[in-house]
Design a protein around this ligand. Structure first.
Ligand SMILES: [Ca+2]
Length: 305
């Protein structure tokens, strides 16, 4: 109990220190070490790691957009949150987007453009240090593919794939989720290291009408408004409740146990059934009958006497 109180006090002091030290701009935090399954589903481990909301954690009023095209409403109805994990080779980002006006640009249009922000899509802006150009890694709802910038220029989905990047998208009626895999070894990023991040959401309200919210991070000189995310300790997921004990299996034979007895010899063919004794019975009956006759004759003889 004492230890617990000590721990809580320490946590309170640390929390206050963090709030006092950091102006309320972007959320900073620690990314837990855990390898998720890249399937567009949010692994439990993401919830034990830092998350960045499109508006609240990037110091943007909810619904505000910085760019629009066509005839659009006053606010962006879309919202999004990004969660993070990492391992020795990759940073993983899970982005869940709510978008009440989902709009599919179609695979053909997506494929015909190199860098396609004119689509319901989620863009990750990343800076891995002063020595590297920013990375803009984006993907479109409906699973049409990846787009963005690598090494300072726009690249195609297949160029991202060749560089080890990957995404899995799941689209639903009122939004979509995208799970991203970002290679980090080329940046020397590992436990204890920090990278910078901003999230941008492009929302097609309808054909030709688009609003764009969030923040862009076009280089190491622009990290003041970005989230500083530090690679932290491994995440441990509690093992699920054990299943009820299954019925014990018969012990497996081991070398120490005597070898199982050889198969018992098959029972010998049954002896042929004794011949029916009907004949014997008949003979016995005849003997009794004869005896009875003899007896009665001898009695008669006596009677005659
Ligand atoms: Ca939309």
């Amino acid at each position: 109990m004492k230890e617990m109180k000590k721990g809580l006090t320490l946590l309170l002091i640390l929390t206050l220190a963090v709030f006092m030290a950091i102006p309320a701009v972007a959320v900073n935090g620690t990314v837990g070490k855990y390898t998720p399954v890249l399937d567009g589903e949010k692994d439990e481990a993401y919830d034990q790691s830092v998350k960045v909301n499109l508006y609240a954690d990037q110091d943007i009023p909810k619904g505000e957009y910085f760019h629009s095209e066509g005839d659009v409403p006053d606010t962006n109805a879309a919202d999004a949150t990004a969660w993070f994990l990492y391992d020795d080779a990759f940073v993983y980002v899970f982005v869940d987007v709510t978008d009440p006006d989902m709009y599919d640009i179609g695979k053909e249009l997506f494929d015909s453009r190199v860098n396609n922000y004119q689509a319901d899509s989620a863009e990750l802006w990343l800076v891995f240090g002063d020595d590297y150009p920013y990375v803009k890694f984006s993907a479109v709802a409906y699973g049409h593919g990846m787009f963005g910038d690598l090494d300072g220029g726009a690249v195609t989905a297949s160029e991202f794939a060749e560089a080890g990047y990957d995404t899995v998208t799941k689209t639903r009626g009122d939004g979509y989720s995208i799970e991203y895999k970002i290679p980090i070894t080329q940046y020397g990023l590992k436990e204890g290291g920090t990278f910078y991040f901003t999230l941008q959401i492009n929302n097609m309200v309808s054909e030709d009408n688009l609003v764009v919210s969030g923040r862009q991070l076009p280089g190491a000189a622009n990290t003041d408004d970005a989230s500083a995310l530090t690679l932290g300790a491994p995440i441990t997921i509690a093992a699920p409740e054990p299943e009820p004990e299954p019925e014990p299996e018969p012990p497996a034979a081991t070398e120490e146990q005597p070898a199982p007895a050889p198969e018992a010899p098959a029972p010998a063919e049954p002896a042929p059934a004794a011949p029916a004794t009907g004949d014997g019975l008949a003979v016995t009956a005849m003997i009794f009958a004869l005896a009875a006759v003899c007896l009665s004759l001898s009695k008669k003889k006596k009677a005659v006497k």
